[in-house]
Design a protein around this ligand. Structure first.
Ligand code: HAM
Length: 517
């Protein structure tokens, strides 16, 4: 039987490779990168069949395609006794998850785990602790009045207890809520990888759900905290093979914007809303924001004067306008100087136009971007010293960033930096060539598992050719063949799938052997 092995392997080589290019192909690639069409009927009703068990088919229809919570779903019961099941075919099931969301079959989950492992290890190496919170939050946590996109994109609804709730669009307010309740001894360094939900227009790297690595320091007044979180981000980039020529981190300070607004006579209480508005100017023409500007009492001339200054990419030019002794300018200078000492300054560039679209930032803000200019922001963060106060808590300094899982994957694909995730990481596939020998194969597998190996077993009686094909499909490094002549001598045959080399090992010594390979 073993003589057939080379022929089997030859046949295997003829099977076309299904490896993902650069890491994922076809429908899986589509699942990861978006573009998953949801089936809507002409009336924009989403139709979903849910049960056919008790001779009834439940047809859920909703005029609103997503969880806006304003229209309750109507449930129509169609009694199948009116129409014979043999005649009436169920409508085809929509195989796509809801628009903008993803399934994670094993290759995609391996990719996600690859990313999360590196998020975790960068955070842990800087002494951050991991936390989590529920994906469902009270809507009131996000009802800020600054006209931010994020609060307009909530997946919110009224629950059965009449509470307004929402899927969290970001983690920072939940973190503030936890800290306000727990009152931990500060400073703290915490990180998390929550799934966040935003009803967003979908573009490359922007989805309706994403995982967002959050890294935050609470309780530190100085820019040391900014430097620390930026260092963690750089450590992550380096760990996945991204360099400072691929990615840059733009830095600015809302303190500088504040000084400019003060110079223009714009009152301090308009600061947060004005920042959100200026951030929007990047995406929409000033005319589209006229009404909002008027409401804030800001003239077009003031905006023009402001935007003229914001084009500067040189902190010295800005300091000529706001004064070199402006504390915000000094903070930015100190941040650059510390990053020079740490050898990460090449990642940074000052850019006065970076404002960030969230209203709670109060000081330094930063955004990681792809230098080729083709992708949306990779990550963003900043100082938000007044968020806790806005919830009625004590003033508490805080700095952090959010880093999505979608844009970075696009970048890693573009740079060809992703490993192949099609196959798993199984060390052994154990196969019995004897009829009724599966239990023996399972016993050998357990010996190997006792030594910490990952081992699959061929559970059904199959031909050797099938077993090798299976081993190849699951990415097993070695196949252990139980039974045959070797079996009668108390041995197994082990084949290395990469080199093709074979050896025999005594069953009684397999664990020890595995420890030494
Ligand atoms: P943000 O700029 O809204 O900040 O989001 C941070 C990052 O999350 C973005 O740069 C992007 O990588 C990712 N992201 C956001 N929305 C989407 C989306 N729809 N699809 C895919 N990725 C997305 C915040 O959320 C702040 N709470 C971050 C923070 C933490 N600030 C301080 N601490």
């Amino acid at each position: 039987m073993l003589l057939l092995l080379p022929f089997t392997m030859f046949l295997l080589r003829l099977v076309p490779s299904t490896s993902f290019q650069p890491c994922l192909k076809g429908s899986l690639k589509q699942t990861l990168t978006g573009g998953n069409p949801t089936i809507f009927s002409k009336t924009h009703q989403r139709l979903r069949l849910t049960s056919t068990t008790n001779n009834q088919v439940r047809l859920y229809s909703s005029n609103s395609p997503d969880l806006a919570g304003r229209k309750s779903s109507s449930v129509q019961k169609l009694n199948s006794s009116n129409s014979s099941p043999s005649k009436k075919k169920p409508s085809p099931l929509n195989l796509q998850p809801p628009k903008g969301t993803r399934d994670f079959p094993p290759p995609l989950l391996r990719l996600r785990t690859y990313l999360f492992t590196r998020f975790r290890s960068a955070s842990l190496s800087h002494g951050f602790s991991e936390y989590d919170s529920p994906v469902l939050e009270s809507e009131s946590l996000y009802t800020r009045k600054a006209g931010e996109e994020v609060t307009e994109q909530l997946y919110c609804f009224t629950d059965k207890g009449d509470r307004r709730v929402t899927l969290r669009p970001e983690m920072t307010p939940s973190l503030a809520r936890i800290i306000m309740g727990m009152k931990p001894a500060l400073p703290i360094k915490w990180f998390s990888i929550p799934q966040c939900w935003r009803y967003e227009r979908m573009t490359r790297g922007r989805r309706r759900e994403h995982y967002q690595w959050n890294v935050d320091v609470w309780g530190v007044q100085g820019v040391e905290a900014e430097v620390e979180v930026i260092s963690v981000m750089v450590r992550f980039f380096t760990s996945v093979g991204i360099t400072q020529s691929d990615v840059g981190i733009k830095v600015n300070s809302r303190g500088i914007i504040g000084a400019l607004l003060e110079g223009l006579g714009i009152p301090e209480d308009k600061f947060a809303e004005t920042c959100v508005l200026i951030d929007k100017l990047e995406k929409v023409p000033v005319e589209a924001l006229k009404a909002d500007l008027e409401e804030l009492g800001i003239t077009e001339e003031q905006i023009t004067a402001l935007t003229d200054v914001l084009v500067h990419k040189d902190i010295e030019k800005i300091s000529e306008v706001v004064g070199s002794d402006c504390p915000a300018v000094q903070d930015v200078r100190k941040l650059f100087s510390m990053c020079t000492d740490l050898g990460i300054v090449d990642w940074l560039e000052f850019d006065a136009s970076v404002i960030r679209g969230l209203s709670y930032y109060t000081g330094i803000v930063f955004e990681a971007f792809d230098r080729s200019g083709t992708l949306r922001a990779i990550a963003g963060g900043g100082r938000y010293d007044k968020l806790l106060e806005s919830f009625g808590g004590d003033p508490t300094p805080a700095v952090g960033f959010g880093f999505g899982d979608a844009v970075i994957v696009e970048l890693l694909k573009d740079k060809n930096l992703l490993p192949d995730f099609e196959k798993g990481e199984v060390e052994f596939c154990v196969y019995s060539m004897d009829e009724g020998g599966t239990a023996k194969a399972m016993k050998v597998a357990n010996e190997l598992r006792e030594k910490g190996c990952s081992v699959d077993v061929v559970l059904e009686e199959k031909k050797m050719k099938w077993a090798f094909k299976h081993a190849d499909r699951i990415g097993a490094k070695r196949v252990v063949i139980v039974g045959g002549d070797e079996g009668s001598r108390g041995e197994v045959r082990v084949k290395n799938m990469e080199s093709g080399e074979q050896e025999t090992v005594k069953v009684a010594e397999i664990g020890e052997w595995a420890e030494n390979i």
